[in-house]
Write a protein that binds this ligand. Structure first.
Ligand code: C2E
Ligand code: CA
Ligand code: CA
Length: 675
């Protein structure tokens, strides 16, 4: 009621003020934006509004059945006018007095009441007689969320639909102020460009956002002059999703550092830039020593925590001109670009060692990790990021091999060595295919009787050009490349066949086969060996598997299970080179072992090593294991064995390893003691 009376007062004031306008032939009225009412109108408006009287028109509550888009537009007008008090707009409006559509061209501008309230002054210019199509399209233009605007070819604004008006900070802003990207601005000035389509950043009332824009050259229907018609859709949200996806693709989620993808693109760009300036830089490959131990003993969460901490420390290195990335696992990459001086570069590396080596507390425990660092310099060691990474990686391995917690530079020698290793591996792969490997056998002899009671299978490589190569020349490469898995099976198969053939000839001796610790990583090791035994009608009870102490040291549940399964299948387990490893005696009774082989080195220096031999023998007795002495070359050594608890020996004194046929002859010349 109160509102009614205050409105009536305002209306009365207006009627007095605007009485001169009664004479106009155009319909003219003042619209109250706050209350959605007409506050004043001239006589000719009554026609347009189909009103009986002014009183009746002023009493209409126009907000009652107003659509959402119309009320949104009214709000928009308010913002438009508060931004620009002098703005005038022309729009085609369709009014619905008493439900009947009446279309007319309306020019409207701001009108402030004496109470400072903002109203809208509306002037119906010409009654529209346009077709339905035009009417609908102009309605669509008013309501669409697509921003439509028309600018003169010089950039002055000619028209903006409400969506466009809602986004510009200033209704008079020119086309050139709208775009951020200089390339778009250039194209707008280029007479040969008729259309521009782009997703680009634009200035809006909400700051810089992303719009999908189409700009077309056209003619302004009013002036007939060249103009730009621009339509725009806000794609900021899409763009943000896309940017996030790109971030994820190029960064490591754990440490938020750039990842390998990022490195291959952006590091290369930086390298190129520095090289064109004639400067040099360094790529630093960092690998944490013993990181696996942390993961294994404290769990993956602790491992993750450690990686995040190391990433933070590397980030905080006070170095200018550097980039940093995590390549995966415990590998980080740092690029110094450009290098100021040799001393400065080395001090950076010393700093890396220092910051990474500071102990960190994980689950209440102090843990210290140290880095091994490899460096490749550009352009000296290459200009391509992948090549440089490979070289820095090689240098890192060299640092690790020669003592951890240190750094090493890449050198030609390192890459030559790596190359020849690679060549060796591909030769080995071929050798496996071409059956170039041959299994030799060395007799195992009973000390008391000097009769052959067994044999050890030892592999040889009959190289097509280099002649026969002993295992020392290729076993390590097979282990590193994973080929040991296939090679191990070839030797195992040969041993199974030899055992059966000799047994059929009346020499049912035990054959031992070397198993690499890496073969225990094979999930199906046990089943694969059993398949070979079955296929070649072998006898597991006559096969001994020689393993090294390193297999037992991991205390890996799977390995232990495999050992027990093998024993359950009838195999015997011997520990090879005993005494050279950790000689942790505890495992002797924990694992299903039946034999110890004393390493050759102790037999060779029997005098000085006698306390060790005594200890080994004492333990073997304690755990009821039998003992084999390896590498017996002299009768003195054999005599010594006669005096201690040692059942068998191997060595050049009796016979060198020899091929299958020679060994068969050797057996037939001997009285064999069946096992
Ligand atoms: P190992 O298992 O300790 O084998 C005994 C090595 O001592 C053999 O060297 C043998 O020829 C050598 N030897 C035997 N008696 C004497 C002696 O009186 N004096 C001297 N100086 N040496 C003697 P080989 O055949 O060169 O094998 C070297 C190593 O290669 C083996 O040491 C074993 O660790 C590995 N190996 C050989 N064959 C295989 C295989 O099939 N699989 C795996 N995983 N490793 C193998
Ligand atoms: Ca052996
Ligand atoms: Ca050995």
């Amino acid at each position: 009621m109160k509102l009614e009376s205050s409105l009536a007062k305002e209306a009365a004031v207006l009627a007095q003020k605007l009485c001169e306008l009664e004479r106009l032939e155009h319909p003219v009225w003042v619209f109250d934006l706050d209350n959605a009412r007409i506050l004043w109108s001239n006589e000719s408006s009554l026609n347009v509004w189909q009103a009986d009287s002014k009183e009746e028109l002023l009493s209409r509550e126009l907000g009652a059945d107003m659509s959402v888009s119309v009320s949104k537009r009214l709000k928009q007008y308010k913002t438009d006018f508060s931004r620009d008090k002098t703005a005038r707009f022309t729009e085609v409006w369709t009014l619905y007095p008493n439900g009947e559509p009446v279309t007319l061209n309306v020019v409207f501008s701001a009108y402030w009441l004496s109470s400072e309230r903002l109203c809208m002054f509306c002037e119906g210019v010409t009654e529209k007689t346009a077709g339905a199509e035009t009417l609908r399209s102009s309605e669509a233009l008013l309501h669409t969320s697509v921003h439509i605007s028309l600018y003169s070819s010089a950039g002055a604004p000619l028209y903006r639909n409400p969506a466009s008006r809602s986004s510009v900070a200033n209704a008079n802003s020119r086309l050139q102020e709208h775009f951020v990207n200089p390339e778009i601005l250039r194209q707008l000035d280029d007479p040969s460009v008729d259309e521009i389509q782009a997703i680009t950043s634009v200035n809006t009332v909400n700051g810089v956002v992303w719009h999908d824009i189409t700009a077309r050259r056209c003619l302004d229907v009013v002036s007939g002059e060249a103009a730009w018609l621009i339509s725009e859709v806000d794609v900021s949200k899409l763009k943000a999703t896309e940017e996030h996806a790109q971030f994820l693709a190029e960064h490591d989620t754990l440490t938020k550092l750039p990842n390998r993808n990022y490195v291959s693109i952006y590091f290369q760009k930086q390298i190129d830039e520095v090289l064109t300036e004639g400067k040099s830089g360094g790529l630093i490959f960092i690998d944490l020593d013993n990181f696996k131990n942390v993961n294994d003993s404290l769990g993956h969460d602790a491992g993750d925590q450690l990686l995040v901490e190391v990433a933070d420390r590397l980030r905080s290195l006070a170095v200018s001109q550097y980039s940093i990335a995590r390549l995966g696992g415990d590998e980080f990459l740092l690029m110094i670009n450009p290098i100021e001086s040799e001393q400065h570069f080395e001090s950076i590396m010393q700093n890396i060692i220092n910051v990474v080596s500071v102990p960190i507390t994980l689950q209440g425990r102090e843990v210290q990790v140290t880095p091994s660092i490899g460096v490749a310099l550009f352009p000296n060691n290459g200009t391509q990021i992948l090549e440089l990474m490979r070289h820095a990686d090689l240098a890192m391995y060299h640092a690790k091999e020669t003592g951890k917690n240190d750094f090493a530079y890449f050198s030609k020698e390192l890459s030559d060595a790596a190359e020849s290793k690679m060549n060796l591996v591909s030769e080995l792969r071929l050798a496996l295919k071409n059956n170039e490997f041959e299994t030799y056998f060395q007799p195992r002899v009973e000390v008391s009787s000097n009769l052959i009671v067994g044999a050890e299978a030892l592999v040889r490589w009959n190289h097509p050009t280099k002649g026969q190569i002993p295992p020392g020349g290729f076993i390590a490469a097979c282990e590193e490349s994973g080929l040991i898995s296939d090679l191990g099976k070839v030797v195992f198969k040969d041993a199974i066949i030899a055992q059966r053939v000799w047994a059929e000839q009346g020499h049912d001796i035990r054959i031992s086969v070397n198993l690499s610790s890496l073969q225990f990583n094979e999930e199906n090791l046990v089943q694969d060996l059993l398949d070979i035994v079955r296929e070649h009608r072998g006898n597991t009870k006559k096969i001994e598997l020689e393993i090294t102490e390193s297999v037992l040291l991991g205390h890996d549940r799977c390995t232990i299970d495999k050992l027990h399964q093998l024993v359950a299948c009838g195999f015997e387990i011997a520990i090879d080179d005993f005494g050279t490893g950790y000689s942790n005696l505890a495992y002797l009774h924990r694992y299903p072992i039946s034999c110890l082989k004393i390493d050759r080195s102790f037999i060779h220096s029997m005098d000085s090593a006698s306390p060790i031999i005594d200890l080994i023998v004492a333990m073997a007795k304690l755990f009821d294991l039998y003992v084999v002495a390896e590498g017996v070359e002299t009768t003195e050594q054999l005599d010594m064995l006669n005096n201690i608890y040692c059942q068998e020996y191997q060595g050049f004194l009796f016979h060198k390893p020899t091929d299958f046929n020679s060994f068969t002859r050797l057996l037939s010349q001997h009285d064999i003691m069946a096992a």
